[in-house]
Each structure stands twice: as structure tokens, then as C-alpha cells.
Design a protein around this ligand. Structure first.
Ligand code: FEO
Length: 438
């Protein structure tokens, strides 16, 4: 059995089926075969991700002296090739374990049919994954044996042992990793993966995929940074010869470097220079005729007057979105100012708000304000969006018809002060006028 990085690297990828390329099965390590699918023509994944190099759905078969384990499967449209490859390395009757590290459809497309062909296979899935598995298998769920896994649980294949690591929220609640102990091989599913299809399969043979690795982290893992840190804490103490994700290259050369790379990526893009006691409040606005800009300035003045709050104000018309997303990731509170135009907030504000899906927003303070001419719906719409991002919106936003009077500017200053007090934990209890809601 292979163990040690050098031995693994020296192995030439042995293919069964078409010679020289993974048209067939690839032995990634003694008794471990890649039985996945290549999707080189994919140009968009889950609608939101660009995939210039396509992707792969990596599935693996692990042979032990007393059974075969299948680790994850493929997207349903690739079922035929998956079963062709699986049949080259195992009989269905030999499959004793089906390990589901993550139940998103790109990894579970072949699961129902695989279970029909190998009904004796025992399913191993995380506690959070069981609900999705029920939904996937529907009435057939009861036909199969299933065990919910915790960190440290093990499955014996005779002379080989699979152990599980509970690594939730990287990036779905159900995610786990599986470790083939004797071979020091870690199956990570999406974690440490990327959308980069290259039929040479291994990181020391494929083209340069660094951009794809970071792009994947930024768009899939970044909103879950704190969970990635917890996953790394579990993984790093392991002896690791190879990391086998379920997208992109198999990391057999210097696998630990990819863990170190993740450690770098989980750090904020912009390191905060704010003291531990100080809170940050960012005010973004767009102004058509200067009225919303006046409000922004007054809110900024009020917010800045409270000790231990560092407020900043930005005109969205003067920047690209990306630098603001990086700023927002580390901010404690956000205030958005928008006029109402044609019954809506303006596009620049929506662009920024839609760009926030790549960072964690839960629990940040949010507020909105804006000038309007007729109906003024924009402020409420922005507040709803912030609530949708799981932000807390403790104050009803300020709406002012046309240009603000001195008295209305004072209302804006008071609003800014109040927001800062919420940030410092000294929020002012207010009576809510329910007739004004809605
Ligand atoms: Fe590759 Fe989250 O699925």
C-alpha cells in the first residue's frame, strides 16, 4: 500500500479503458481509483460561477480486503460514464459503503441508481445531510442502511479504515471530510477543490490552476471563513499524503501547501487597523440631486460624534464594487443611502448589495436612508434586502422628501448617533410608530 508523499508522486496514473487519458479509470493510489467525470465545456456553475476551464466531478472507489467504498458520485448527466468506470474496478455486490461527503446535486446525481444496483451498500452521511438524503431518495430512503457520522467515527473495509471529520458549512451545512487512514489520503469534496477540468488529473501534471483555486475559494468558501478555519483545525494535525477533492486537480504534490494557502485565504482581504474596542460604520450613498448626499454627511457627523465608532462615508458613483465588498467584510455596521427612482433603489446600490453574497453578513448592523420625490420605497426595499442577508436592522430608515431642511438634517445626525450607539452596545430604546411601518 502506498504511503508517503514520494511514493504517491512516483506512481504513474494507471488507466483502465482508453489508454493515456482518464477516458477510463485512473488509479490515484494503490487500491484507490478515480471514477469521476470530466465536464470541460461547462462555462457557468450554479449560475453564479464562471468556469473558463470547465470542471470535474471527482468520485473515488476505495478497495479494502473486505469491501469497496464509493466516495461521492457525479452530476446526474454523467451517470453513464460514472457507472462505466465503477464497473471497471468493482462489482456492485462488492460495494459495502457509500460515503456522501456533501449532498449537493453535482455529487449525488448517481446515488439513487447506485443504491438500486448495490442496495447492500451502507450509506455514511453527516447528521445535517440526512434530511437532504431523504429528499433525494424519497420513498426509497427506508430501503437502505444509513449511519450518521461524527468526527472520529470509522468504517472498516478490512485492511483499510475510513474515518470521518465533521466539517459543516464548507459550504453547505452537511459537509464532511473522509480520511483513508492507512494511506493518509483525505477526501474533502468541495473543500480545497476548484473548477478546473484537466484530464491529467493531478496537481503536478495539470495546467496552472492557481486562479481557479482562489476564485473557487472566494465565491464558495469565503462567506464561510470561520467554518473553514474550524475545518482546517481538524485537518491539519493529520498526516496527509494526498488530498482528493471532488472538483479539480487531485493534490498529491505538496498537499500541505494547499492547506497553508487556505490559511492565507481565510484571512480578511483588508486587515483592519481599527482597535479592538472600536467599531466601524460604513456609509454608502448615491445621490441624484445632492439631497441624499446631504443626508449622508449629516448621518456621518452624528455617527462620528459617538466615542469608539470610526465612521466612513463613500459615494458609490466614485468606485468599483469589489474594493467596497472587501471593506464591508470587516465592518461592524453599514448604512446605505439611495434616492427612489421609478419606485426603486438605484442600480449602484443593488449592485453592491448583490455583491455581498461572497462574504458573511449575518449579524452586522444595517440601516438605510434616502431622499425621494413621490413615493420613497427605496429605503424600505434596501432594509428588506439587509434583513434577507441576516443583518440586524434596529432602526427604521430616514426618508426625506426632496432636499432636507435644517430640522431634517438634525434628524439625520440623530439617526447616525443612534446607529453608533447600537454598535457600541448603548442603543437607545425607541418607541416605534407602527402606523408608519409598511
Ligand atoms: Fe460541488 Fe457544493 O457542490
Amino acid at each position: 500500500m502506498a504511503s508517503g508523499a514520494n511514493m504517491a508522486i512516483e506512481q504513474t496514473a494507471k488507466t483502465i479503458g482508453a489508454a493515456g487519458t482518464p477516458d477510463g479509470v485512473v488509479e490515484v493510489m494503490d487500491g484507490v481509483h478515480w471514477i469521476g467525470a470530466l465536464d470541460p465545456d461547462l462555462r457557468s456553475f450554479d449560475v453564479i460561477l464562471k468556469t473558463a476551464n470547465g470542471t470535474s466531478y471527482n468520485s473515488y472507489a476505495v478497495r479494502g480486503s473486505e469491501g469497496v467504498a464509493v466516495i461521492d458520485t457525479v452530476k446526474q448527466e454523467f451517470n453513464d460514464v460514472f457507472f462505466e468506470r465503477l464497473e471497471q474496478v468493482a462489482d456492485y455486490s462488492e460495494i459495502t459503503a457509500l460515503v456522501l461527503n456533501h449532498l449537493e446535486p453535482d455529487h449525488t446525481g448517481a446515488v439513487p441508481e447506485l443504491l438500486r444496483r448495490a442496495p447492500q451498500a451502507h450509506i455514511y452521511v453527516s447528521h445535517r445531510g440526512i434530511k437532504v438524503l431523504r429528499a433525494l431518495l424519497k420513498d426509497d430512503f427506508e430501503k437502505y442502511q444509513c449511519t450518521m457520522t461524527d468526527t472520529g467515527d470509522k468504517v472498516s473495509l478490512g485492511d483499510r479504515t475510513l474515518s470521518f471529520l465533521c466539517t459543516p458549512y464548507v459550504h453547505w451545512p452537511d459537509t464532511q471530510c473522509t480520511y483513508l487512514e492507512e494511506s493518509e489520503l483525505l477526501f474533502t469534496c468541495d473543500l480545497l477543490g476548484c473548477h478546473f477540468c484537466d484530464d491529467r488529473l493531478f496537481n503536478d501534471r495539470v495546467g496552472d490552476f492557481r486562479f481557479a483555486f482562489e476564485y473557487y475559494f472566494d465565491h464558495i468558501m469565503r462567506p464561510f471563513r470561520r467554518f473553514v478555519v474550524e475545518a482546517l483545525d481538524l485537518i491539519e494535525p493529520l498526516e496527509i499524503t494526498m488530498i482528493a477533492p471532488s472538483h479539480g486537480p487531485i493534490l498529491r504534490s505538496h498537499p500541505r501547501q494547499y492547506l497553508q494557502h487556505y490559511r492565507q485565504l481565510v484571512k480578511p482581504k483588508l486587515q483592519s487597523e481599527i482597535d479592538g474596542e472600536e467599531k466601524t460604520l460604513l456609509i454608502f450613498y448615491v445621490s441624484a440631486y445632492g439631497a441624499t448626499a446631504q443626508m449622508a454627511k449629516a448621518i456621518y457627523e452624528g455617527a462620528s460624534s459617538i466615542p469608539n465608532v470610526r465612521a466612513s462615508v463613500y459615494d458609490l458613483q466614485g468606485s468599483e464594487i469589489t474594493p467596497f465588498v472587501d471593506l464591508i467584510e470587516e465592518a461592524d455596521g453599514l448604512v446605505f443611502g439611495t434616492p427612489t427612482i421609478n419606485g426603486d433603489a438605484v442600480k449602484l446600490v443593488w449592485d453592491l448589495l448583490s455583491g455581498l453574497i461572497d462574504i458573511e453578513m449575518r449579524g452586522k448592523l444595517g440601516a438605510a436612508f434616502g431622499s425621494y420625490g413621490w413615493t420613497g420605497e427605496a429605503v424600505r426595499m434596501v432594509e428588506d434586502r439587509m434583513r434577507g442577508l441576516k443583518m440586524r436592522v434596529p432602526e427604521q430608515g430616514v426618508r426625506i422628501k426632496l432636499h432636507p431642511t435644517d430640522e431634517e438634517l438634525q434628524t439625520c445626525r440623530d439617526f447616525g448617533e443612534s446607529l453608533s450607539r447600537h454598535l457600541t452596545g448603548a442603543g437607545v430604546a425607541k418607541e416605534i410608530d407602527f402606523s408608519a411601518l409598511g
